[in-house]
Design a protein. Structure first.
Length: 202
């Protein structure tokens, strides 16, 4: 693959596609607004895609890094940020991946006491999943939601790259901690809790 397939020096304004993060529904959270601005700027930065393409490989992926870079660079996806409360304030969850609606970035309100660059990491992590969902002939996810040994999977590595680009001072990269108990499933559980186990939907 030629470098010119995905890299053109400049601002990226000549891109044929673009991932755009819409945070209009969460204007009250300044750090989310700042993180969104960082993410949108990074997603229009050709150097970002070049650095992805130059990676040797990603764990668990059956697509080469340069293929992932091209898919991301040419993707046309409008992503939306949605805030929710995790079941417990004590948990360290950043958000969760939404397989049914991959263009929605779910961020846990209890986990807003972190830097905009760290939130940007989570946002870009979700963007990688959304691009993979659009191109499901490949797989470049991270398997289950365990953090063990996931640093070199595409969502985690690319999210960390975005954080480093967003802030040269924010050097502590904390991988996204996934909420295993989605609010949608929580509502289903609440609805059927009064039923006997035998009558609850599987």
């Amino acid at each position: 693959m030629l470098q010119s397939d995905f890299y053109t020096p400049g601002t990226g304004d000549n891109m044929t596609g673009n991932i755009y993060i819409d945070s209009s529904g969460v204007r009250n959270f300044i750090q989310v607004q700042q993180a969104t601005q960082m993410a949108n700027k990074i997603l229009r930065n050709d150097e970002f895609y070049l650095r992805i393409a130059l990676q040797d490989s990603f764990d668990l992926a059956d697509a080469a890094p340069e293929t992932i870079a091209v898919l991301m660079r040419h993707a046309s996806i409008r992503m939306y940020i949605s805030l929710y409360h995790a079941l417990s304030q004590e948990k360290n969850f950043d958000g969760y991946d939404d397989e049914e609606h991959p263009s929605i970035i779910h961020l846990n309100i209890w986990k807003m006491d972190r830097s905009p660059a760290s939130i940007c990491n989570t946002i870009i992590h979700s963007c990688v999943h959304a691009v993979n969902a659009q191109n499901n002939q490949y797989y470049f996810g991270h398997g289950d939601n365990s953090l063990q040994g996931k640093e070199n999977t595409a969502p985690y590595w690319i999210g960390a790259l975005a954080q480093k680009i967003a802030s040269s001072e924010d050097t502590v990269i904390i991988p996204m901690e996934h909420d295993h108990y989605e609010p949608r499933l929580r509502e289903v559980k609440k609805k059927y809790d009064f039923l006997s186990p035998a009558k609850r939907p599987v």
